[in-house]
Design a protein around this ligand. Structure first.
Ligand code: NI
Length: 230
């Protein structure tokens, strides 16, 4: 991806910040811009450019970039320095295979122990999704809805793994949802899934979830193929 000159300054604003706040201000601005997709994957994030943008030395900039690298939002590329990390990409198929395994297992464990209040909460997220058009919110609500349905699984480590995968998907969706259009189909799945969970129909719920994840995987794969062909 060609570097767009001045992208950093356009996106981040930039003002003189007191040196003792520089690291946290820069880290937060960059994190939001990356998560919201304003800085696309592959964008070069240069230390010197950030330092002059915020009127600080390179040291706090370096520390901020290190934090973001630890959160997998930046990646250091040889001879290029830090760039915004790629989204689900080459390993998208593996990601979804893994999600299928993890999430169906969690759902199986969780359904028998779900309470009426959990079902109510899940329906609340679906209702919010119905009227939501902001991509950032759609990604977040989808994640919360799924996690609510898995929340009573006994294996907490399993839930943490799932949350990581869903975070990754959320970041992807924030960035690409407008051109992909998962919309209505997904909501039908969500409604059927919560109905089955509410009726304690474990096998039925699991097969709905399988179809839901498989369908999302296919949509994303087709989308990525089209992207790389163009
Ligand atoms: Ni979903």
């Amino acid at each position: 991806m060609a570097d767009k000159p001045k992208l950093l300054s356009t996106v981040l604003g930039g003002e003189q910040v007191p040196p003792h706040l520089a690291r946290s201000v820069i880290e937060e601005r960059l994190r939001n811009a990356i998560i919201e997709g304003r800085l696309p994957p592959g964008t070069a994030v240069r230390q010197q450019e950030l330092a002059s943008l915020f009127g600080v030395s390179r040291m706090p900039v370096r520390e901020a970039l290190r934090q973001l690298e630890a959160q997998s939002l930046l990646k250091v590329v040889m001879h290029k320095g830090a760039v915004v990390a790629p989204l689900i990409g080459e390993d998208a198929v593996d990601t979804y295979d893994l999600r299928l395994m993890l999430e169906t297992q969690a759902l199986r464990e969780s359904i028998p122990r779900l309470e009426a209040s959990d079902i109510e909460k899940a329906r609340g997220y679906i209702a919010e999704l119905e009227n939501e058009t902001r991509h950032t919110e759609i990604g977040r609500l989808n994640r919360l809805l799924h996690l609510t349905l898995y929340s009573k699984a006994r294996n907490q480590k399993l839930l943490r793994l799932i949350e990581n995968e869903l975070n990754e998907e959320e970041r992807f969706l924030r960035f690409h949802l407008s051109s992909m259009g998962l919309g209505k189909l997904t909501q039908d799945d969500h409604n059927a899934l919560v109905d089955a969970a509410s009726d304690k129909l474990v096998d039925e719920a699991v097969s709905i979830l399988q179809a839901h994840i498989t369908n999302a995987a296919r949509t994303i794969r087709d989308y990525l193929n089209k992207q790389s062909a163009s």
